[in-house]
Design a protein around this ligand. Structure first.
Ligand code: IPE
Ligand code: IPE
Ligand code: MG
Length: 242
């Protein structure tokens, strides 16, 4: 196994960016970048499971990605469907519990059904929770959470004064999971692009210029190495600063 950093995040989130640029560098269509990116997903997901990551949350399609051409959106949908279908055996061998987060009900029925079948089939696996964020928006997620609390208030099962960070946090799509310890963004852009806005309050950030199709196990280990050297303070006076 590749050299292991001193500390591995329990929950790792990744903004997998740069597929289009990878393709453009090779004068290929954007869909070729997405195809190559899919093989990186597979490699990195299993590298995370080998290294002891417990939750991996991957940004696959944002609520804003509908602005792309029908061709590109269609290519992405086809890739999610085919790649998830191919992985069922490996999910079971490795104990991967596959989940989808986002407004998946707005996805084409065929793709949605395949994805949800895999969620159902892997429900009993416990080694790695793999959240694939599809039609995901951080603001949409908060709106969905607030709506559901408002509904409970209307039904009389919740008092407005009882709404606190924990109550709302539990409404998030990842409400039963710890917040991400580390967020990796590939492709070099220093922004969140509407990803996990609620959950990243105290997440460590790591941005690499590497494009997602070029990201590999060594790059993952490098990120973990850097993460291992960070001092997380959560607002307290730190060890090194006292
Ligand atoms: C990320 O790569 C994949 C998705 C957003 C689905 P991009 O397609 O955004 O690649 P760039 O940023 O154009 O290089
Ligand atoms: C973020 O990448 C979304 C995913 C990786 C799925 P984008 O390429 O959509 O983000 P922007 O538009 O550069 O902020
Ligand atoms: Mg991009």
């Amino acid at each position: 196994m590749a050299s292991r950093g001193p500390k591995v995040p329990t929950h790792l989130a990744i903004i997998m960016d740069g597929n289009g640029r990878w393709a453009r560098q090779r004068l290929l269509p954007r869909s070729a970048g997405h195809r190559k990116g899919t093989s990186t997903v597979r490699k990195i997901a299993y590298a995370c499971s080998d290294r002891g990551v417990k939750v991996l949350t991957l940004y696959g399609f944002s609520t804003e990605n509908w602005k792309r051409t029908g061709d590109e959106v269609g290519a992405l949908m086809g890739l999610y469907e085919r790649s998830v279908r191919k992985e069922l055996g490996e999910f079971h061998r490795r104990g991967v519990q596959f989940r989808v987060i986002g407004r998946i009900h707005e996805f084409p029925e065929r793709v949605r059904n395949i994805l949800l079948e895999h969620v159902e089939a892997t429900r009993g696996n416990t080694d790695l929770i793999l959240n694939l964020a599809l039609n995901y928006g951080g603001r949409a997620e908060i709106v969905d959470g607030v709506r559901s609390l408002a509904q409970q208030v209307r039904e009389g099962s919740l008092a407005p004064d009882d709404i606190d960070e924990e109550t709302l946090g539990r409404q998030m799509y990842t409400g039963d999971l710890p917040d991400p310890d580390l967020l990796i963004r590939t492709g070099g852009d220093m922004r969140f692009s509407n990803f996990l806005l609620w959950q990243v309050a105290y997440t460590e950030l790591y941005v690499t210029k590497a494009l997602w199709p070029d990201f590999d196990e060594a790059a993952l280990d490098q990120a973990f190495q850097v993460y291992g050297g960070r001092e997380r303070r959560f607002g307290a006076a730190g060890e090194k600063l006292r």
